[in-house]
Design a protein around this ligand. Sequence first.
Ligand code: G4P
Length: 318
Amino acid sequence: MPTFAAIDIGSNSCRLKIASVQMHRLKTLHEDREVTRLGESVFQTGVISPEAMASTIRALKRFHKAVQLHVADKVRVVATSAMRDARNAAAFTEWVKATTGWNVEVISGLEEGHLIHLGVVTHEVGARGRCLLIDLGGGSCEVTLSDGGRIKSMVSMPLGAVRLREEFLRSDPPAKEDVARLKQFIDRELKRAEKKLGTPRVGLVIATSGTASALAEASGHVRKGRATNKTLAKKRLERVGALTADTPDVRRLADRLAKMNNSEREGVPGIGPRRSEIIVGGSLVYASLLERMGLKGFRYSPLGLRDGMLAQMLAEVD
Ligand code: G4P
């Protein structure tokens, strides 16, 4: 019964999933997550700050204990957008190696998109048909058109939530002219994406990662005009098997959030305290992307990069 561990060092958070192979399928044994904002300093200065390095190492030490406890046979550690950009990425990977013995692979945006695709199409209902996958993380946003379980086309754009906050939205509440500059930047990137993806005619849009989760939950409250909390939304997710968002609700919410200060955003049901700091840029990307591509909305999936890494490890032993 081989056991695998997948670790994703993202620009916003670090995540761990440990799973064992049972009857040729993966069974999750343990998950962990820590918001370490590796991208914050990188998108400001081009280098990872000592504080961000130290907090990421602290999280990785905790993950290391869990990996040892579960006696994982195989461990894969990947890093994404912030590490692709950081001039001092090598110093960080050496520190990780010295502390945990792990080799960190810095993967490209397209490789990231491939792994997310693999993780989602392996497990999500309907994802083997024609669908669009959107993953907006801390540093980048990957959009993938998939058909019959295969990738038709993919783009990776520098539209991650932490990156956009650092590059455009430094004041609180965001200045009107900064929001306007950001919207122009998003439009430019989306125009380039459309050249590659065209106008994807899809019935199913699946969105992954924290921004999508927060938007799906918060936009539901905007529509219904009532407040619930994360626990209630989780129950709803378990009951119907999906947490969804409609495009007009996402636009309404994005425009509202862009006018609020951080403590007001924190008060919006469905948006957590750390997410409120970075939600404005991410929500404006989702609103424009959904509108420009003529999509009705999206369904949130809790799957992602780690699930793709685990699926790949499973395929290698099967
Ligand atoms: P990111 O760095 O890729 O942006 O995402 P992060 O790992 O922080 O979060 C992924 C997860 O998105 C989901 O966890 C979900 O709980 C969560 N999430 C993060 N921020 C918010 C928020 O402000 N509001 C809501 N509603 N959800 C948020 P998950 O994979 O579903 O598992 P679990 O942690 O809930 O167990």
